[in-house]
Design a protein around this ligand. Structure first.
Ligand code: PLP
Length: 398
């Protein structure tokens, strides 16, 4: 038998919503009937199957409404990573030419782009894709292998930067009109109205566990007629776009969570943005030299990435975790390994400053008490590490 989990110190603060969000209670409720009585395979032809299929269709309608597309353009997948892989690899297999992405993409995009011999375009200090470099890259590729797809994330998972997809799509349509435009909107759903993004792209990825839904459900929006090869083939589900028996419970819960996020987004953005600003102001007041990586105007309301000189992220995360504060440094998907972040390097942030990176991400459930707990804990931990670095006795938190 495995050991019981270590008790969480009280008070505690969960500030790692970019890694994953707690499930909305309504989404948990929405799953349960499909884990119990309504368990049938939606692809069957009997009444139980029809009932399950109706649930998947209703979920598809909800997702389409929130995203701003037709229900026939929604493809349910197994996660955000699958949606990203399917968009990039599927576009390259179907089209002619290579894939292009920004330098701060999640590995779910950058690795398939690299696999297909694609190209990477730089970003500015705020993490926005360099449109001149994008244009030059497209012009060069058009004279050679061609461009199948350009993938630029809507919101960066580490620093929270918002990209201007209208501007990206304008450059692509002018310089490589045959190329598809994909956006990884996995980190956008809680903070941006997806209806304002969708008209500018051909392909868009979402992941349910980033917006209060369950893990194991993704969405790939494919606008218009399908123009990418399916990644997963077999039984022909999702109108041949993505085979595999539907995760009916997860899909129903994902739609429930997405509808809630959409309805509450405007209120959450204001409340959580204010909490985020309090968090950064509190830390800045107490911690000398702290740098807010991206100014609030350029990032989503839940993101509070900072760099703290003179400390190592790994040690800092360990000490604040002991005080009940959950956060992260680089992307959480890299198995906890503290490699220098490719995102901070692309932003041109000095390696020694990047070594003290701390990603604090807030969400719908975040409270002021958690923010206060985090300020105290981070201040105490930084003090401890800095005293240790200057040779003073490490001591405990004051
Ligand atoms: N894209 C971005 C921007 C992400 O932040 C993540 C997860 O951290 C993913 C894709 C992968 O999503 P999933 O965990 O559903 O595979």
């Amino acid at each position: 038998m495995s050991a019981p989990p270590t008790p969480v110190p009280s008070p505690s603060a969960y500030l790692d919503c970019a890694a994953t969000t707690p499930m909305r209670p309504e989404a948990v409720e929405a799953m349960l009937p499909f884990l119990r009585d309504r368990f049938a395979n939606p692809s069957g032809s009997h009444r139980f199957a029809r009932d399950a299929r109706r649930a998947v269709d209703e979920a598809r309608d909800v997702v389409a409404e929130v995203v701003g597309c037709g229900p026939h353009e929604v493809v349910f997948t197994g996660c955000g990573t699958e949606s990203d892989n399917a968009a990039v690899l599927g576009a390259v297999r179907r089209g002619s030419g290579v894939a292009v992405c920004s330098a701060i993409e999640h590995p779910a995009v950058s690795e398939p782009v690299a696999l297909t011999g694609g190209r990477v375009v730089g970003v500015d200090r705020l993490g926005r894709v360099d449109l001149d470099e994008l244009g030059a890259t497209l012009a060069e590729l058009r004279a050679g292998p061609g461009v199948a797809v350009v993938s630029v994330m809507a919101v960066n998972n580490e620093v929270g930067t918002i990209n201007d997809l209208a501007a990206v799509s304008d450059v692509v349509h002018r310089l490589a009109p045959e190329a598809l435009v994909h956006t990884d909107a996995v980190q956008a759903a809680c903070w941006l109205d997806l209806r304002e993004i969708t008209p500018h792209v051909d392909l868009l990825s979402l992941s349910a566990h980033k917006f209060g839904g369950p893990k194991g459900v993704g969405v790939l929006v494919e606008r218009g007629t399908p123009r990418v090869e399916p990644l997963i083939i077999g039984g022909g589900q999702e109108r041949e776009r993505r085979s595999g028996t539907h995760n009916t419970a997860g899909i129903a819960a994902a739609a429930t969570a997405l509808a809630l996020v959409d309805a509450e987004r405007d209120v959450d953005r204001v409340r959580i943005g204010a909490l985020r600003d309090e968090l950064v102001a509190g830390l800045r007041q107490r911690i000398d030299g702290l740098v807010e990586t991206i100014p609030p105007a350029h990032k989503v309301a839940g993101s509070a990435h900072v760099c703290i000189p003179g400390v190592e992220s790994e040690a800092l995360l360990f000490l604040i975790d002991e005080r009940g504060v959950s956060a992260s440094a680089a992307s959480a998907c890299a198995s906890g390994a503290m490699e220098p972040s490719h995102v901070l390097a692309a932003l041109g942030i000095d390696r020694s400053l990047a070594a003290g990176a701390l990603r604090l991400t807030l969400g719908h459930e975040t409270t002021r008490a958690e923010v206060e707990t985090a300020i105290e804990a981070i201040d105490a931990a930084v003090g401890q590490l800095r005293r240790h670095a200057t040779g003073a006795a490490p001591g405990g938190a004051s």
